[in-house]
Design a protein around this ligand. Structure first.
Ligand SMILES: *Cc1c(COP(=O)(O)O)cnc(C)c1O
Length: 403
């Protein structure tokens, strides 16, 4: 069986984790701080806070911006549930917008969805392909749009416009006009979940990049405390000689990263550009070259003059098939011992969101893309022969179902 996305656990990772286990410090400490520094250097934004997941990072940021009851947050209909669930956790309303052909949120759809209640837009770089950030960033600064914004607190007064909070769960390392994700909007959040490009088993990072007069280092300090119960000293600082006394400055959350996980991240990040991304691009190119021979195959866009993907997952679409036929094709692929997936089932089709009144008929591009989509595996350890096996399995399956 060719698995869909096994983690890359080699001797280097095992050695790094072992060293941390033996170091006497396993929770948040020097490894986490070193990983944060490397991430900031990597993407070029202002400051990075490592957290326990991207979900936690997104929610911390929504709460930092004071998002709550009566507020609206614009997100794509086509994303993983985390993007919407955090909005619900805060008591605000997710406003779904349909996507474009490239699977990312449609900018004209965002514009139509903005109201006086809109506080945040969460664009998602689906499959690692960056959204149209110049358009999104200038939209929120457009005078007629900025005029609609109704600030309710200090943070909102200071920014005086909609916050652009990127869900960059898929896109660490991707490029947009010479800059990396993390450095493209006010704030971006990476995920280091087990199936993501760069994994620490579980984990995430908040990349701060707010404009003047915000002090990103100061926001880091505040959220660092907020992610650890509002305690003014972390356990590492408390472990210093006679430094035992601490205060709780607010009822914070518990979403810190551990040094065990950060030590995996440090190994992964050091080789991310030089081998992980290189291999992923090779696999994308191999899929593209092979499938371009078949008229039924619709290939995803993953690089153009302005954008370069992080090659997270390969979103193949089969032309002119129904959702049922696509499901049959997937079954045939699995019968050939190849694991594939679907990224994603649009959120308006999920029970909770359907029951909350969202209707997939209002998101025709999302449904169309979803109904014909099959996600192919992409990961460092996937060999050339395995890629050929995946391609052959897909070709056989499509021919068996649609002839
Ligand atoms: C995986 C994922 C998340 C959540 O990441 P976690 O680190 O598991 O919280 C958020 N958004 C998208 C688009 C994802 O795919």
């Amino acid at each position: 069986m060719i698995p869909f996305s096994p983690p890359r656990i080699d001797q280097k990772i095992i050695d790094a984790v072992t060293e941390t286990l033996r170091s006497g410090w396993i929770t948040t400490g020097p490894k986490t701080k070193a990983f944060e520094k490397k991430l900031t250097e990597f993407a070029g934004h202002q400051a990075t806070l490592c957290v326990s997941s991207a979900t936690a990072g997104l929610e911390l940021m929504l709460r930092w911006y004071g998002v709550g009851e009566g507020d609206e947050v614009i997100i794509p209909a086509y994303t993983y549930a985390a993007t919407a669930n955090v909005v619900v956790h805060c008591g605000a309303k997710p406003v779904f917008v349909d996507i474009s052909d490239d699977f990312n949120i449609a900018v004209d759809g965002i514009e139509k969805a903005i109201t006086t209640r809109t506080k945040v837009i969460i664009p998602v770089d689906i499959a690692g392909f960056p959204c149209d950030y110049d358009e999104i960033n200038s939209l929120v600064k457009q005078p007629d749009i900025q005029h609609l914004f109704q600030p309710k607190n200090q943070q909102q007064n200071k920014l005086n416009r909609i916050l652009v909070l990127s869900d960059s769960a898929h896109s660490i390392g991707a490029w947009y006009k010479g800059k990396r994700t993390g450095n493209l909007t006010d704030v971006s959040v990476y995920s280091f979940h087990a199936v993501k490009n760069l994994t620490t088993a579980e984990g995430g990072a908040i990349c701060f990049n707010l404009p003047e007069p915000f002090d990103n280092q100061k926001i880091y300090d505040i959220l660092n405390i907020q992610s650890l119960h509002g305690q003014d000293k972390d356990a590492f600082a408390k472990a210093e000689k006679s430094n035992w006394r601490y205060d709780i400055v607010e009822p914070g959350y518990k979403s810190n990263m551990t040094d065990i996980l950060a030590s995996i991240g440090l190994v992964e990040l050091a080789r991310y550009d030089s081998d992980n991304l290189v291999r992923r691009k090779q696999i994308f190119d191999q899929y593209k070259t092979s499938f371009s021979h078949y008229s039924w195959a619709q290939l995803p866009e993953y690089e153009n003059e302005n954008k370069q993907s992080s090659y997270h997952v390969f979103l193949l679409r089969i032309k002119d098939v129904t959702e049922t036929q696509r499901d049959q094709i997937i079954r045939k692929i699995f019968e050939q011992d190849v694991a594939v997936n679907v990224h994603f089932i649009p959120l308006p089709m999920m029970s909770y969101y359907k029951n909350a009144g969202y209707n997939i008929e209002n998101y025709p591009v999302s449904y169309n893309n979803y109904s014909r989509e099959i996600t192919l595996p992409v990961y460092y350890d996937l060999g050339d022969d395995q890629v050929k096996t995946v391609i052959a399995a897909v070709v056989n399956a499509v021919q068996a179902i649609v002839g």
